[in-house]
Ligand binder design. Structure first.
Ligand code: OAD
Length: 246
């Protein structure tokens, strides 16, 4: 249940914010029908991350890994951005200084037209040649051949960050710069357990910034957030944008 006083506190802060940084996780896409990773109906309840989302799994069994991605691409391909995604695009339009960092690989934020965005875990519609490292978009769903191949004949892999891999340097640099510059961080729909992203709220706090959390339940971030708004991001984000009344 959301307290009106918490909404007021968040709106007041946003109205006085000079640089808004928004950080999203799988929760924001849940209302679009895309499963999250953790929790009762999360993907990691039924699938083992180490068999599907690591470079070693791909080396050992690329077909199984690609079948899982093909299945997820099928779900995501039918999904539409929800009011939460659209509200974040409105926030981008309101704030002169703004950045969205998303851990999501579903590409739904991009479909709202938001441009100041870092997809810090990659994008599952982009593929990368395992030999040449060249990236391209591959929109075919379902894939006609698994694993898909590059023109050079070598396998393509999803251009996402797997467990045990480093985050893309350029994305990290952009994120660290924004963490330095922002005065408010809004964290939406993430369990806050996967590093380095999980450390971002702490970084903003130690720089003197303000943290607003939006989640259906309490997370480790709730302990340091200045205000936690509990409920669906598809309800709360449009309400905040509305209350900002710009
Ligand atoms: P998780 O599945 O860990 O967490 C989803 C969060 O969203 C939970 O805290 C839920 O309570 C919350 N939630 C669910 N529905 C919501 C809604 N409608 N509105 C608001 N909140 C909602 O997903 P992430 O935190 O994104 O990484 O996971 C982080 C990373 O772990 C992912 O990027 C992925 C995963 O393994 C890799 O694959 C490298």
């Amino acid at each position: 249940m959301i307290h009106a006083a918490d909404i007021d506190k968040a709106v007041e802060r946003l109205a006085n914010t000079k640089f808004l940084l928004v950080l999203t996780g799988a929760g924001i896409s849940h209302e679009s029908g895309i499963p999250t990773f953790r929790g009762n109906d999360g993907l990691w309840q039924n699938y083992r991350a180490e068999e599907l989302a690591t470079p070693w799994a791909f080396e050992r069994d690329p077909v199984t890994v690609w079948k899982w991605y093909d299945w997820r691409r099928g779900i995501i391909g039918k999904a539409e951005p929800n009011p939460g995604h659209h509200a974040i695009k409105e926030l981008e339009d309101i704030f002169e200084n703004f950045l969205l960092i998303t851990q999501n690989v579903d590409g739904l934020h991009g479909r709202t037209g938001v441009t100041r965005m870092v997809e810090i875990h990659g994008n599952l519609w982009r593929v990368r040649c395992v030999r040449e490292g060249k990236t391209s978009m591959l929109m075919e769903v379902p894939l006609s051949s698994i694993p898909p191949r590059c023109e050079c004949g070598e396998m393509l892999r999803p251009d996402v960050v797997w467990f045990g891999e480093s985050l893309p340097t350029q994305a990290l640099e952009q994120a660290f710069k924004a963490l330095e510059m922002c005065d408010t961080l809004m964290v939406v729909g993430t369990s806050g357990v996967v590093y380095p992203v999980a450390s971002f709220p702490e970084t903003v706090k130690s720089n003197g910034g303000f943290v607003i959390e939006i989640n259906t339940e309490a997370t480790p971030i709730s302990n340091i957030a200045d205000v936690s708004l509990y409920g669906k991001s598809g309800d709360i984000l449009p309400a905040l944008v509305n209350a900002l009344g710009v």
